[in-house]
Design a protein around this ligand. Structure first.
Ligand SMILES: C[S@@+](CC[C@H](N)C(=O)[O-])C[C@H]1O[C@@H](n2cnc3c(N)ncnc32)[C@H](O)[C@@H]1O
Length: 241
């Protein structure tokens, strides 16, 4: 078996480390080569792992690899070649859906589709969109999600937000992020500048939509850098993309 499926300190390594075991089922949505799901299978973070992706050739190769490295008499898993939007969330307790490595519009589409498929079933989410986190967080807030843990991840010269959510978690979810920010960390300050720079570009075309978002990030920075405290107000919904 490949001993090291995931590079230490990488985005996928952070995602794996955030998950609090144990779930009955973890769904590795948009799994691609399945590295994250295989790591979770190996660490027995769930009774079973379900791998889902659209790509037939990748899923066939994954099925072959799993058969070699994870004997079915020792590990429980399924390989599904399907669109995430076709998944009907089963009425089952203790499930985690991971959506990582796709853009914000797809991420939101998948979150909304999973929630709509089973309005009475609660399940946890681990989200890591490639960008556009303000809008992703708004969608999660609209679906009633609260925060378990969030991290700023810097990997291969790109920034990500890793967001672990549950509807029964203690902390509210905030569009700008909250507990993940450590203003003493220059990497986090760099991320803040990049995020604000992105919305400043967008505000040139659509100031009504994006200037309020910039204001939210500025308030966050002022609050953390001056008082060391995160703003604790419940989030005010603002439009974003
Ligand atoms: C860049 S990979 C992400 C792999 C892994 N989750 C990660 O974070 O590194 C994106 C994957 O999403 C899959 N994908 C895109 N749209 C999908 C959909 N509607 N349903 C299932 N998989 C999809 C693609 O086939 C691709 O393998």
């Amino acid at each position: 078996m490949n001993k090291r499926l995931i590079r230490p300190g990488s985005r996928l390594d952070h995602l794996a480390a955030m998950i609090q075991p144990s779930y009955s089922t973890i769904w590795d949505c948009c799994c691609d080569h399945g590295h994250l799901g295989m790591r979770l299978l190996k660490e027995r973070c769930a009774d079973q792992v379900i791998f889902v992706d659209l790509l037939e050739n990748i899923m066939a190769a994954l099925a072959t690899k799993l058969a070699l490295d994870f004997p079915q008499d020792q590990y429980s898993y399924q390989v599904r070649c399907d669109d995430i939007k076709n998944i009907q969330v089963p009425a089952q307790e203790s499930q985690l859906f991971i959506i990582a490595g796709v853009g914000p519009h797809q991420t939101i589409e998948f979150i909304d589709s999973l929630c709509a498929s089973a309005p009475d079933t609660v399940f946890d989410l681990l989200i890591c969109s490639v960008h556009g986190n303000y809008a992703v967080r708004q969608a999660l807030i609209n679906q009633g999600y609260r925060l378990r843990e969030e991290r700023i991840v810097f990997d291969k010269n790109r920034f990500y937000e890793a967001i672990y959510l549950s509807k029964s978690a203690d902390q509210p979810l905030v569009e700008t992020g909250q507990q993940m920010w450590n203003w003493a960390d220059p990497v986090h300050r760099d991320y803040w500048h990049r995020a604000v720079g992105h919305y400043q570009q967008k505000a040139k075309k659509d100031p009504a939509q994006f200037l309020p978002i910039i204001k939210r990030y500025e308030l966050l920075r002022d609050s953390i850098s001056q008082t060391g405290q995160h703003p604790t107000t419940a989030s005010t919904l603002l439009p974003a993309s």
